[in-house]
Design a protein around this ligand. Structure first.
Ligand code: TYD
Ligand code: MG
Length: 457
């Protein structure tokens, strides 16, 4: 006998015993999802959890009576992943690791599994055969004597196996291939994904074993699966990058145990993913002569300073309406910067096409990049190059003022370390020049006009 299920509208919550395309109560299309109402054998799924994992009490406790527990994070070798997670893996946490097919999710997870020689890892694969995984492991060239591969897709078998092996970390590749025997719908459907992740979440919380769930996302995000999951899991990691480029970016969009600002960078090589611990070096193009329209911004991603090349191209609009486009930067913010340049500083950019590009396929949200962008635009407009030994860190306000940005000392120190000769920052920045900063010249500006006359005379 199968479990009793009912279809719910995800939009308004209306119910129906069978699937319908258009919700009769809210008129939305394609919103019905099958939900489990009652399990066929109530004791069965529960029994699987109760085995040897300790049960938590269901009593309410007073908050001041809860003993403080120092967070016992599992420290891992991979520094990029560790930092993005907020400093190691939290026991019992469930991490969704999403990304487009082929981006390198399986590679990264297998690599992490093989790197942790002191940890017992259970790597569950519903996508590839043992042989395929073995081939990848050979390619990565690492060995972990305690790494178990289990090719299975039923959650109940997986939970039973986890109970038997008692691993320190579980990796599931991928959540879309799992199915729970209590539901009739096929693997990969929204209800299966939700049910499977709920069962695994229970396993994670009761056994304190961290679980990584790999999930595929298509470019337009059309696959509903991972979206449903985002609410359930503790942390959502995203693996991004252009498939034809070698760099891969690891971000968090949700993290219950750390900041969501951290960024990890990897390079896909023939033998797995290499951690890029010093991103500034790859984000600045090595060049000898100066080109107009190119500037370097001293930005921060999370706590890590990063010098990034920004490029602007300003040209007279060929057809009536000028075009504005920005890659890696908010277009509305670009329009705001252009309006400030036009209205407050008198540059006639209204009739020009303006194109912006941020190197390395990065998306930058740090407002400190504004000053570098404005200078790149002006440099392209004047067709005068800015020396490539100069960098910038400042936010631009609506009246054309240069505003201070956070952690300026760290940005200056990184610029100094990379051999920059000058850094332009806000006059209003409050900072203590670190004593070991000797070579770099700090130029403090209060307005775009000051900056313009200093740079272009
Ligand atoms: P994969 O981890 O299978 O992607 P996902 O699990 O996200 O679908 O990675 C697939 C790509 O990575 C594939 O095109 C081959 C490439 N690759 C390397 O370039 N070097 C390597 O060492 C490995 C293992 C894969
Ligand atoms: Mg894969």
């Amino acid at each position: 006998m199968k479990a009793k299920t009912i279809f719910f509208c995800q939009h308004c919550g209306a119910q129906s015993p069978k699937w319908i395309g258009k919700c009769p109560s809210c008129n939305e299309w394609n919103t019905y999802v099958e939900e489990l109402v009652q399990k066929n054998e109530p004791g069965m799924a529960q029994a699987l959890f109760q085995t040897s994992f300790n049960k938590k009490s269901s009593e309410a406790v007073l908050i001041h009576e809860i003993g403080e527990q120092s967070e016992n994070r599992v420290i891992i070798q991979d520094k990029e992943l560790s930092r993005v997670l907020g400093g190691g893996i939290v026991p019992g946490s469930m991490v969704l690791f999403g990304g487009e097919p082929g981006i390198g999710k399986s590679t990264l997870m297998l690599q992490v599994a093989l790197q942790e020689k002191n940890l017992k890892v259970l790597y569950i694969s519903g996508e590839e055969s043992e042989q395929q995984i073995k081939m990848r492991a050979t390619r990565i060239g690492l060995q972990n004597k305690q790494c178990y591969i289990y090719t299975e897709t039923s959650t109940h078998s997986i939970i039973a196996k986890a109970d038997q092996i008692k691993p320190d970390i579980i990796v599931v590749d991928s959540i879309q291939t799992l199915y729970s025997p209590v539901l009739e719908s096929s693997a990969g459907s929204v209800s299966q994904i939700r049910q499977c992740s709920a069962e695994l979440m229970k396993l994670a919380k009761e056994s304190a074993v961290p679980i990584f769930l790999i999930g595929h996302i298509t470019k337009d995000g059309s696959l509903a699966g991972p979206k449903v999951l985002e609410h359930i899991v503790d942390t959502v990691l995203q693996f991004e990058g252009e498939r034809n480029h070698v760099y891969r970016l690891l971000r968090t969009t949700k993290n219950r145990f750390g900041s969501t600002n951290e960024l990890g960078i990897y390079e896909m090589q023939g033998n797995g993913l290499r951690e890029v611990n010093n991103p500034s070096e790859i984000l600045i193009t090595a060049r000898e002569d100066n080109v107009s329209g190119v500037t370097i911004a001293a930005t921060l991603e999370g706590l890590r300073p990063m010098l990034i090349e920004t490029q602007a191209l300003v040209s007279t609009a060929a057809y009536g309406t000028p075009q504005r486009s920005a890659t890696g930067y908010d277009l509305r913010r670009l329009n705001m910067l252009l309006a400030v340049l036009e209205k407050r500083c008198g540059f006639r950019l209204g009739i020009k096409d303006v194109f912006l590009n941020i190197a390395g396929g990065l998306k930058v949200e740090d407002p400190a990049i504004d000053l570098a962008l404005v200078c790149a635009i002006l440099s392209s407009n004047e067709d005068i190059a800015i020396d490539h030994k100069i960098c910038f860190a400042g936010e631009v306000g609506l009246s054309g003022e240069i505003r201070p940005v956070t952690r300026i000392e760290q940005r200056i120190a990184e610029a100094e370390r990379l051999g920059f000769e000058q850094i332009y920052i806000s006059k209003f920045s409050k900072f203590k020049a670190p004593s070991d900063i000797s070579k770099i010249e700090i130029i403090q500006v209060s307005k775009i006009q000051d900056t313009f006359s200093l740079l272009f005379g």
